[in-house]
Design a protein around this ligand. Structure first.
Ligand code: JD2
Length: 274
């Protein structure tokens, strides 16, 4: 996969040299190219922002440097890249970034990112880009950052680990909580390693038992309890067909029951309240 990133802070993207993404780049599985937005200005002050039409606080990123930078990226297409990248624009008003969207983006041969600063980019840049390439405005969560670079780091890492050959077998992602296909929307339970006792805290005995069926059952019970505690909103997404009779008994013990009228699992009236 090829990834182009246009930013006024290329140094903010240095973490892309490290760890999983850095290794994928070194192996040639990922071709990441950083572009300084200010290289596409024409005035002596290398201006990228101006005051907002209509008034209001803060500054808005000017269209001309962005169009010049994005035109340059598109013009650099090689046959294997396809005609144009999918442009990802981080913004607090974007489509929520989810594992499903990470899988969608991982299918594309070429992504370009336009992380903004200030109050964002002049709207016409997004509209103009959308005439020539797919554009996805994405939000990584319901909080406000000072700019889009951190969102790019998040999205690139989530996408890169889905690319063929980037994760080793030992760290395969087919069991991920939110992976499509498997039972989605179940959080991971706790994990342990040696020593078997540490600061008077023993590892749960079942994990040392060697009884793999019992271990699998315990882990699933822990996952149910964890999901109920941390993300009760996910319970409504659990599928009846994904549960066997042991699951139903474990869920009943947590106060979760199948509700036939709604066709959903729900916390029963006598269940544990928040
Ligand atoms: C950004 C800002 C608009 C106020 C460019 C914030 C984001 N989940 C997320 N939270 N915040 C962002 C994000 C992304 C890009 C920019 N700002 C600051 N913009 C209104 C403040 C400027 C994502 N993705």
């Amino acid at each position: 996969m090829r990834i182009d990133i246009v930013t006024i802070f290329p140094e903010y993207l240095e973490p892309l040299n490290v760890s999983l993404v850095g290794k994928a780049r070194a192996r040639g599985q990922l071709d990441v190219r950083l572009h300084g937005l200010r290289e596409h200005t024409t005035d002596v002050h290398r201006t990228v922002d101006d005051s907002p039409y209509g008034g209001g606080p803060g500054m808005v990123m000017k269209p001309e440097p962005w169009s010049a930078a994005l035109d340059g990226v598109v013009a650099s297409a090689r046959p294997e890249d396809g005609p144009a990248p999918t442009l990802v624009v981080p913004t607090p008003s974007g489509r929520p970034f989810t594992q499903e969207l990470a899988h969608e983006l991982a299918e594309r041969p070429w992504l370009a990112f336009a992380p903004a600063r200030y109050e964002g980019i002049d709207r016409r840049v997004i509209e103009d880009a959308a005439d020539r390439m797919p554009v996805v405005e994405v939000s990584i969560g319901d909080y406000v950052l000072a700019g889009g670079e951190v969102a790019v780091l998040v999205i690139v890492e989530a996408v890169a680990r889905l690319l063929p050959g980037v994760l080793g077998n030992a760290e395969s992602h087919q069991d991920d909580s939110f992976a499509p296909g498997r039972m989605a929307d179940l959080l991971e339970g706790p994990v342990y390693t040696k020593p078997a006792e540490w600061r008077a805290r023993p590892v749960p005995e079942v994990l040392l038992s060697g009884n793999h069926a019992k271990i699998a059952r315990w882990r699933r019970d822990q996952a149910f309890a964890r999901t109920l505690a941390m993300r009760p909103d996910l319970v409504a997404r659990w599928e009846r067909a994904a549960m066997d009779k042991h699951d139903l008994r474990a869920l009943a013990a947590l106060g979760v029951e199948w509700d036939e009228p709604s066709g959903r699992f729900r916390q029963s009236a006598d269940g544990v309240e928040e």
